[in-house]
Design a protein around this ligand. Structure first.
Ligand code: KG4
Ligand code: ZN
Length: 347
């Protein structure tokens, strides 16, 4: 089965083709970072308009790529949510229209299931069951993954997502957008002994997260130093490092707790913040100390991409009874509904 995956939930337009026998065939991405940078964050209306201009040429590009060799698609997977509604609608309408025209099924994919399954695209995929730490710009989730499609949320952020905290802290320090990579880069030159920021909610039982207090702590510290005219490059690096260490340590404590609580022996990290090298190194140590193993996708598949949507679409299409997939031109297919808010437990 060959499946075209389309991702337009936020600020990346991406398309990819996955083949159930040959694996990932081709993937392409067009980033909107330059478009949103001047505003210091994603402007939803601009994101949607850019997806409209970019998606069809990108789809055309993967379909006519030498890697695809002119093969026809058996299904189209598109991100149906969660995400920005205008942005989602672009992928949903193009995905469903193409599927309708070609007489093949359109498969609605949950963006976070895409992230969760992204490590399956690697050479050594994690066997089920495992614990998944999903850390993106919109979500921080700890999920017990029994098998494909069997997900139980163990903990989540009660306020800001981890990526959001990175982005807001970077803005505060004038490090630009997107904040995660900017903070990590600057933090490399930081002195770990200068500041120590709180590890939120680690002394309370449970697996939920909260990052807004940490963000406020960074803001108060930064404002005080700024008022004293002492916010030089070294101080910014020291604050960035203290922030990164606080987030990484907090995520590590909760992942360790989730592994102990469930008895699982494998952890996967996915989502944009999963590209953070300090987080990867720390979780490798945390899991090794517990006699467990860690898995993560290559960096480009931690952040948003079409490959994970194509793969999740393949997994979903295996679960849909044949009668549904063989008749794509039904009323459900003709409507372009998306789910900007959508729990991983209600797919
Ligand atoms: O998964 P993703 O690409 O999009 C969403 O689904 O939200 O995640 C984007 C988030 C942004 O908040 C970005 O700052 C963060 O991931 N991010 C990072 C790194 N690369 C991206 N955070 C920390 N370190 C990184 N290297
Ligand atoms: Zn994402």
């Amino acid at each position: 089965m060959r499946i075209l995956g389309i991702e337009t939930s936020c600020d990346d337009t991406a398309a990819a083709i996955y083949d159930s026998e040959k694996g990932l065939i081709v993937h392409r991405l067009s980033s909107q970072i330059d478009l949103h940078r001047q505003y210091g964050g994603v402007v939803p209306e601009l994101a949607a308009r850019d997806h409209i201009c970019t998606l069809m040429p990108l789809v055309d590009n993967v379909l006519h790529s030498p890697e695809n060799g002119g093969e026809k698609m058996d299904a189209i997977a598109y991100t149906a949510g969660p995400g920005l509604s205008g942005a989602l609608l672009v992928g949903a309408s193009i995905g469903k229209s193409l599927a309708h025209a070609w007489g093949i099924p359109a498969v609605a994919v949950h963006h976070m299931e895409g992230h969760l399954l992204a490590p399956m695209l690697e050479e050594t995929p994690p066997p089920f069951p495992f614990i998944a730490l999903l850390v993106s710009g919109g979500h921080t989730l700890l999920v017990d993954v029994e098998d494909e499609g069997c997900y139980q949320i163990l903990g989540q952020s009660l306020d800001d997502a981890a990526g959001e905290a990175f982005d807001k802290t970077a803005k505060l320090l004038n490090l630009g957008y997107p904040g995660g990579p900017a903070i990590s880069k600057v933090a490399q030159g930081g002195d770990a002994n200068r500041f120590h920021f709180p590890r939120p909610m680690v002394n309370r039982p449970g697996l939920d997260f909260s990052f807004s207090g940490l963000k406020t702590h960074v803001r108060t510290t930064t404002q005080k130093i700024r008022e004293e005219n002492q916010l030089d490059d070294q101080t910014v690096a020291d604050i960035a490092l203290a922030f990164e260490l606080a987030v990484v340590d907090t995520l590590g404590i909760k992942c360790g707790r989730a592994l102990k609580q469930t008895g699982r022996k494998r952890l996967i990290i996915a989502g944009g913040v999963g590209a953070n090298q300090r987080l990867r190194d720390h979780l490798t140590k945390v899991t090794a100390d517990l006699g467990a193993q860690v898995f993560y996708p290559r960096s480009e598949f931690c952040t948003d991409n079409g490959a994970m949507i194509a793969y999740a679409g393949y997994v979903r299409s295996k679960m849909i009874p044949d009668s549904n997939t063989s008749n794509p031109i039904d009323s459900e297919q003709a409507s372009f509904d998306v789910k900007p808010r959508w729990s991983l437990e209600n797919i």
